[in-house]
Design a protein around this ligand. Structure first.
Ligand code: GUN
Length: 283
């Protein structure tokens, strides 16, 4: 089974669009997401375009704040402060990566935790690991949603996550743990990675290496979630999973493009609605 993230995203966005119209009616305004981009990294530009397009589709208010590559850290922090204090702004997202002269940690921590639609703020990360109410990071949240929609049972299953990033690997491992999977986080120093992965009923690949996960990494029937977005030398977009060799043996698999990517954006829309509701209800 191919898990169609594009189609699942579309139906979730269609439902949100209707909800947002009702919220606008009820509260007299629409959820508002502000997206900040620094510089003109082509990949970041393309991701940000997708995010803005989705906000428009779902009927949010939203704007892109474009800052030059050489903007000072102080100017960026001042811009965030302005948005933190704007009562009509519900969500703030700063597209990563940032230029080297700006501290990502400082910038993430400067965003008000209530407006942190990425779920990257230390307060939200701590709350996630303490099982407290929090904004969940978009890609991990989208992965769990895809597994649910595909009917993949997580409780009691072995899950292996390849990659230990703050954005994907670590939080998705925590969410799988919360669904009662037995979770292994594998990484570049894991010995006999293929053998470790072959144990998995659910395999999440978030390494950023084109088509690294081949059939020998996959137990027949496993659910395989491909988080990678890599460009080959020929300019083709491919995942971390070698789709051609893995698809015939996997029980379920997400394609690239059209798998996890669209779900990340859709979960960003959900998080924006969540921040809006928390704010209008003074939570
Ligand atoms: N860069 C790559 N992924 C992400 C993401 O989920 N959020 C932000 N803000 N930047 C990113």
């Amino acid at each position: 089974m191919i898990i169609d993230g594009k189609q699942i995203s579309q139906s979730l966005k269609d439902a949100m669009k209707i909800d947002v119209d009702a919220l606008a009616e009820q509260y007299g305004r629409r959820p508002c997401l502000m997206v900040i981009i620094v510089g003109d990294n082509p990949a970041s530009r393309s991701y940000v375009r997708g995010k803005i397009k989705a906000t428009e589709y779902c009927g949010f208010d939203g704007h892109l704040v474009e800052l030059p590559e050489d903007v000072s850290e102080a100017t960026l922090l001042a811009e965030i402060d302005k948005l933190n204090n704007d009562p009509l702004v519900d969500g703030i997202l700063v597209q990563l990566p940032l230029p080297k002269h700006i501290s990502e940690d400082k910038v993430i921590a400067a965003i008000s935790a209530e407006k942190d639609v990425d779920g990257f703020h230390p307060e939200n990360v701590a709350r996630l690991w303490l099982n407290q109410h929090c904004i969940l990071p978009c890609t991990p949240k989208g992965i769990i949603e895809l597994l649910d929609q595909a009917g993949v049972e997580m409780a009691g299953k072995k899950a292996v996550v390849i990659g230990r990033s703050n954005i994907v690997g670590k939080p998705v491992a925590k969410l799988l743990l919360d669904r009662n999977a037995t979770v292994t986080i594998a990484h570049s120093r894991t010995k006999d990675l293929a053998a470790v992965c072959r144990e998995a009923d659910i395999l999440v690949a978030a390494v950023g290496r084109a088509e690294m996960v081949t059939a020998e990494y996959v137990k027949p029937g496993a659910a395989v979630i491909d988080v990678g977005i890599n460009r080959t030398e020929e300019g083709k977009l491919v995942g971390d999973v070698d789709f051609a060799s893995v698809e015939p043996i996997a029980g379920a698999i997400t394609p690239v493009p059209g798998g996890v990517g669209p779900m990340t954006i859709t979960m960003l829309m959900r998080n924006t609605i969540e921040c809006f509701l928390n704010r209008v209800n003074n939570k």
